[in-house]
Design a protein around this ligand. Structure first.
Ligand SMILES: Nc1ncnc2c1ncn2[C@@H]1O[C@H](COP(=O)(O)OP(=O)(O)OP(=O)(O)O)[C@@H](O)[C@H]1O
Length: 520
């Protein structure tokens, strides 16, 4: 087993890494890969050249490929992920609320707003109950609601909740009831559709009637419902034994006969949702602040995925300076599972309806501090809003943010707003760059040093601006980017000559070799 396989990478990916002659993961890879594979949101900072790109690309490639394989073999979708039939709905829920793949555990890490969810099924006549257990600290309110109720349970006429602070609420009226509850407490929620009553038990102790329902209110079905603020709860609708027995004559909701059960129509198709491959709806979107970085990341992805067959992962580079029609026709005809791009062109394709975010489950911001400084905060937030927080097959949107520093105010603010309990991997300042790498600091200013005009013949660059109209004397961003590369190449060659460093055979000496100069 290779070192990368020990960190959870597939043998096919590990083989591609072997070909690159990487023997061990770098520190950021050793920390980042298992975190992303484990399903978490990750914020990472490490020195330039520490291998950040592979730290997020490798696990994303792996999960995207496994998902494609599952779709191909018909393994994903409602049939398996939304079972049993009584589950919390992945459709009828607040945007920041996550429903686990079995539909029996829900979590919201939003600590400023309440986010709720309703069950896929409800009951009408009869006496029914279910159990809700508080599995993490936070605020929660649990109970019953009709399909008309909003998801903030207890704040309109149609929802009836019991909250952890020891209050019952309906129609925004909060009254003392029972006693407070918290982590590990089990709340039994009881609905009596025959006598028009809702009551609760705490750890098996009956807290007495909470709400009386009149005839008109009983004309409709009641659904288990919960609303959370930075909290987590798990549910048992009766497919396992209850922790505390129900009072006499009550039965678990799961045993309600068909004629007494209503389906959650707010959650249309939720029980038959199937993950599908849609050509223009990728599973991963990676945003880079410059064309050069986008191209580098894209090339790394191509290297890493080369041994992953049936299905093949489809990738697309979406950057400016390339004919947009080609990108559109690639999306329509071949399709893409992973897209690496820069904000401007991504925005054009999304706005034009050519690129859909409906299947996106990885949202990566590389060099996020750079993106935010360039004014893309609104763009990032808009994309995030459009992405489903849980995909059709029940997978949570994962966000990965790389930044030169995790302590920048804008990065922290964005992480707080958009990310879901991210793990911080902060290796900034730690020496992650091998000793064989020499650092050279030179001031590069192509507007002062015009020597790049003559260097064009002998310093080869990465060609990112090959299609652009880059001419000596021009001050366009493309011309200056090209000029910086030429000057960096020249200064490095001079530094090597000056210090008589040895350079690997494929590297910089002599100055006419194939090394291409990039902007990083
Ligand atoms: N585990 C590894 N073993 C050997 N070489 C590696 C390893 N991981 C990455 N590299 C190489 O190290 C170099 C830097 O990697 P990479 O570009 O991913 O770093 P980065 O942290 O993303 O840099 P930047 O901040 O410039 O984007 C690349 O040439 C890459 O091929």
């Amino acid at each position: 087993m290779t070192a990368f396989e020990e960190f959870g990478c597939l043998p096919e990916i590990s083989k591609a890494i072997d070909e690159l002659e990487w023997t061990l993961p770098t520190d950021i890879q050793a920390e980042g890969i298992p975190l992303v594979l484990g399903g978490g949101d990750v914020l990472m900072a490490a020195e330039t050249g520490s291998g950040k790109t592979a730290a997020f690309c490798l696990p994303i490639i792996q999960i995207v490929w496994e998902t494609l394989k599952d779709i191909e073999s018909g393994k994903t979708g409602g049939g398996t992920s939304v079972s049993p039939a009584w589950t919390m709905s992945i459709m009828d829920r607040g945007s920041a609320l996550a429903v686990a793949s079995d539909g029996l555990r829900v979590q919201s890490r939003e600590f400023k707003e309440w986010h709720g969810v309703r069950c896929t099924r409800g009951v009408s006549t009869g006496k029914w109950g279910y159990e809700a257990t508080v599995t993490d600290e936070g605020l929660c309110r649990v109970g019953w609601s009709t399909l008309q109720a909003n998801l903030d349970l207890g704040t309109d006429r149609f929802g009836f909740g019991f909250g952890g602070t020891g209050k019952k609420s309906n129609n925004k009226q909060f009254d003392n009831y029972g006693e407070p509850f918290g982590k590990s407490d089990v709340i039994t929620c009881l609905y009596d559709g025959d006598n028009g009553e809702i009551r609760f038990l705490k750890n098996g102790t009956d807290l007495g009637p909470a709400f009386k329902l009149n005839k008109q209110q009983l004309n409709t079905a009641y659904f288990p419902a919960v609303v959370l603020k930075n909290a987590e709860m798990s549910f048992n609708f009766g497919d396992k034994p209850f922790k505390h027995s129900l009072p006499p004559n009550y039965s678990p909701v799961i045993s309600a006969p068909k004629e007494k059960v209503s389906t959650n129509t707010n959650a249309q198709n939720s029980s038959s949702q199937t993950a599908k491959i849609i050509n223009n709806a990728p599973q991963a979107i990676i945003i880079e602040p410059s064309r050069e970085l986008a191209e580098q990341t894209y090339n790394q992805i191509r290297n890493f995925k080369k041994f992953l067959e049936s299905p093949k992962i489809r990738d697309l580079l979406v950057i400016g300076g390339v004919n947009v029609k080609e990108q559109i026709s690639f999306l329509q005809q071949t399709g893409a599972d992973i897209i690496v791009g820069t904000p401007g062109r991504l925005e054009d394709l999304i706005q034009g309806g050519y690129l859909s975010l409906a299947n996106c489950r990885f949202f990566v911001l590389d060099e996020a501090d750079g993106l935010l400084k360039q004014g893309y905060t609104d763009f990032i937030e808009r994309l995030h809003r459009q992405m489903p927080k849980i995909t059709a097959d029940g997978k949570r949107l994962q966000m990965i943010v790389c930044s030169a520093t995790l302590h920048a105010f804008e990065v922290k603010k964005m992480a707080e707003k958009l990310m879901h309990f991210p793990t911080w991997v902060d290796l900034k300042g730690e020496d992650a760059v091998p000793e064989t790498v020499h650092h050279v600091v030179v001031k590069v200013d192509p507007q002062q040093d015009k020597s790049w005009i003559t260097l064009r013949r002998r310093i080869p660059t990465d060609g990112v601006h090959a299609q652009d109209n880059v001419k000596p004397g021009m001050n366009t961003p493309e011309a200056l980017s090209e000029a910086v590369k030429l000057l960096k190449g020249e200064y490095c060659v001079r530094a090597i000559d000056e210090h008589k460093w040895s350079a690997p055979s494929s590297s910089v000496a002599p100055r006419t070799t194939a090394t291409t100069w990039k902007s990083t």
